[in-house]
Design a protein around this ligand. Structure first.
Ligand SMILES: [Zn+2]
Length: 352
């Protein structure tokens, strides 16, 4: 079967990283900006390794210079996601890119994005929420400005706070002030860890930032005791298998630890990270997981149920999404049936 119509939830998607190259080229043309250095002959984004990926990412993002640009990008992203069955998406949005960390400028960008998202919801049924992210390689000082922006707009389309960027710069704990600020504002917390740095970076994320979710976290398989702790904690991994393959962490999908993590009781979700950069979509991710591990409808219903529980939205939204998921596929209806719910991850007492 094709997985395109299977109802999905996406939790780990960078707003600028979801910009199709043709969208960025069109914008660059309108603004007479020369971006030829970041595309290959076929028009795709071209990069060698992770540092080079960040360079290309920031060059592409540099043409997004106004609230209107972000409104157009939001419309483009959500239409594409809806085309792959995504009914709820959280994207990472950075005040560093949207107004340079200034709260009133950030409000204008966010207003433009929420308006575009409301139109996308009316047109395609997809629900959008934002997770404000600080950029790790911009340092702890700028992370405070990002956290202030997040706290000021908590509940106005913003449901979480996180950190992306170059994982090798500094320690997770250097950013504790920003995460404490966001926690006090009632936001859900996530951080990139255990992607390029080892399992210890996941330990730091749990101990020093006390996050609810971890972006990637795949390297935790290298530390069985920590993997057990993660499983027991109920902290959810936002896994992005295609991204890991594209950036050379694993040679192929069968070598990816997603199946091992899940069997060890770690709560995992499936996401695309920066899909046009990595030539992937949610449909592609599902298809690749089916091929590599034989995952079927029950497995994807389980993954989707975990994503629904881990979403940072309010419970009214969560209940509405649950109804829509159940109505969208028999495997999801079975997953959310009253009998199954008694042993479900929604019951925190039953969390491993
Ligand atoms: Zn990411």
């Amino acid at each position: 079967m094709t997985w395109q119509d299977f109802p999905k939830i996406e939790l780990h998607l960078h707003h600028e990283g979801a910009a199709p190259p043709e969208f960025i080229r069109r914008l660059a043309q309108e603004k007479s900006v020369n971006l030829s250095g970041i595309f290959d002959d076929s028009g795709s984004y071209a990069f060698d390794d992770f540092p080079d990926f960040l360079r290309v990412y920031e060059a592409a993002a540099s043409v997004l210079g106004s609230p209107d640009d972000y409104a157009r990008l939001t419309a483009e992203i959500l239409a594409r996601l809806a085309g792959h069955g995504v009914i709820y998406a959280e994207t990472f949005v950075s005040p560093d890119f949207c107004g340079g960390g200034d709260v009133s400028a950030w409000r204008e960008y966010l207003h433009a994005m929420t308006e575009a998202a409301a139109q996308a919801e009316a047109a395609h049924g997809i629900v959008w929420r934002g997770v404000v992210t600080c950029v790790r390689h911009f340092g702890p000082y700028r992370s405070r400005a990002a956290a202030r922006c997040a706290a000021e707009t908590a509940g106005q389309g913003i449901v979480g706070f996180g950190m992306g960027g170059n994982e090798t710069m500094g320690r997770q704990g250097d950013f504790a002030w920003a995460f404490d600020c966001a926690r006090e504002a009632g936001l859900g917390l996530t951080t990139h860890a255990g992607e390029f740095c080892g399992a210890d970076s996941v330990r730091q994320a749990l101990d020093d930032l006390r996050v609810d979710r971890i972006g990637h976290g795949v390297r935790v398989v290298e530390d069985p005791a920590l993997m057990d702790r993660l499983a027991a904690s109920g902290v959810v991994l936002e896994l992005c298998p295609g991204s890991n393959l594209a950036l050379g962490l694993y040679p192929d999908m069968r070598a990816h630890p997603i199946d091992r993590l899940r069997r060890a009781g770690v709560r995992v979700t499936v996401n695309t990270d920066d899909p046009p950069f990595f030539h992937t979509t949610m449909t592609d991710e599902f298809a690749a997981l089916e091929l590599a591990f034989g995952w079927g409808e029950e497995d994807f219903a389980d993954i989707t149920s975990t994503a629904l529980r881990a979403a940072f939205c309010d419970d009214v939204t969560r209940d509405t999404l649950k109804e829509r998921l159940a109505a969208g596929h028999p495997a999801l209806a079975a997953r959310f049936s009253p009998d199954r719910m008694k042993t479900d991850v929604f019951n925190p007492d039953l969390l491993r």
